[in-house]
Ligand binder design. Structure first.
Ligand code: SF4
Ligand code: SF4
Length: 378
């Protein structure tokens, strides 16, 4: 395994350990590709309505159909005007899980596609690992979840471990996540089969392939879930829907970085108009980090989905792009040994690319290597 590196953050950007709750957006957006049935303007939507793989986070009327950026693709969305009544139609029922089959059925029913894929693809699970690892600097979503919901997380790990008939499970977090570690250690004695393992704060240590190498586990036989996925399962079991998500808002253009819990489907523009109205115009917005993430176009709005964990707002800095100087740094740093320069020159996407952005980070010519090799949009 290549030596993983630590990415430097901006020393002045420090989060205050306090969550800002933004629970009353004027509108939320529901991507129409997440809908099984057809909805019309003026239809009423209850909070907690489960669409295909999306939950309405408020109640109210559909007032419009619009377009917005949803997970980096322009998508058609229904606009739901919040009536602030928090009306729920059918309360979700608690679910009993007694076997692996029950677990798989529930995960399938609630469209937790990623988890379903992971559990069903591994024929013979020998290890169960739950990770609370944020890779990008300025993203602390997994840390905050573990710090605040450690009871629920340990309880659910214990349940999954028992239905998978495993003797032990591992909770992995970075050795810098002091508060989470303290909280978990205060109750982990109640769960003698759950071990906690601390890993160094290195970029990509949370990638399944590197994590398994580090733990000396066979990737093909290890079920790895995030603490967020564990909470999704927990919420289903207890009949709750996940209508909020944690994001961080930071960057060198912002005076006070924020940790926020916002309703899924809220637009970034509405959050900015409430919390960051004095920013001016000379900034760039990056979604999900400066390395793996993407910059949105000026004036573009995005829908906050559960896949979004960080918003970085930086002063505009346009680095000048020059010709490749054949320094070899991109190949040397690539964690999966891709000949990055060659792929870039031939405009080839490489299937092994992790989209980690280390090649862009290191390139002295400031070339957009990751975007070509990973096949991301430029
Ligand atoms: S983005 Fe892809 S090509 Fe670039 S360093 Fe990461 S894995 Fe290698
Ligand atoms: S890091 Fe940039 S300049 Fe160096 S070889 Fe790779 S593409 Fe060329």
């Amino acid at each position: 395994m290549k030596n993983l590196i630590k990415i430097k953050d901006h020393e002045s950007i420090k989060f205050v350990n306090e969550i800002n709750y933004f629970r009353a957006p004027e509108k939320i957006y529901v991507p129409t590709k997440c809908l099984k049935e057809t909805f019309k303007i003026n239809d009423y939507v209850f909070k907690n309505t489960i669409f295909d793989n999306y939950v309405s986070s408020v109640s109210g009327k559909i007032i419009n159909v619009d377009e917005i950026l949803y997970n980096n693709s322009k998508s058609e969305v229904l606009v739901v005007e919040n009536d602030y009544k928090e009306n729920i139609n059918n309360k979700n029922k608690k679910v009993k899980i007694k076997s692996k089959e029950d677990l798989i059925e529930v995960i399938k029913k609630y469209n937790l596609e990623n988890i379903y894929k992971k559990i069903t693809e591994i024929k013979d699970i020998s290890h169960f690992v739950v990770k609370s690892i944020d890779e990008e600097v300025y993203s602390i979503k997994q840390l905050i979840l573990l710090q605040n919901y450690y009871h629920e997380i340990l309880e659910t790990i214990n349940l999954i471990q028992s239905v998978l008939k495993l003797k032990q499970s591992l909770l992995v977090t970075k050795n810098t996540n002091f508060n989470s570690i303290k909280n978990v250690k205060s109750i982990i004695g109640t769960y003698p089969n759950i071990m906690i393992r601390l890993v160094e704060d290195k970029y990509l240590i949370g990638e399944d392939v590197f994590l398994c190498k580090h733990l000396n586990y066979n990737l093909q036989k290890t079920l790895i879930l995030t603490v967020e996925e564990i909470l999704e399962i927990h919420n289903i079991i207890f009949g709750h829907s996940m209508v909020e998500t944690i994001i961080t808002v930071s960057g060198n253009k912002i005076k006070s970085p924020l940790i926020m819990s916002v309703r899924i489907g809220t637009s970034l523009k509405e959050i900015m108009s409430k919390y960051l109205s004095d920013l001016g115009t000379d900034y760039d917005i990056f979604i999900n980090g400066l390395l793996k993430g993407y910059r949105i176009k000026d004036g573009e709005d995005i829908l906050i989905s559960k896949e979004i964990h960080s918003i970085v707002i930086n002063k505009i800095e346009r680095k000048s792009i020059t010709n490749c100087i054949n320094c070899g740094a991109c190949k040397k740093i690539c964690p999966v040994n891709i000949n990055v320069k060659l792929c870039y020159e031939k405009k080839l996407k490489h299937k092994k690319c992790l989209g980690c952005g280390l090649c862009n980070y290191i390139c002295p010519a400031n070339l957009k290597l990751k975007e070509i090799v990973s096949g991301d949009k430029l």
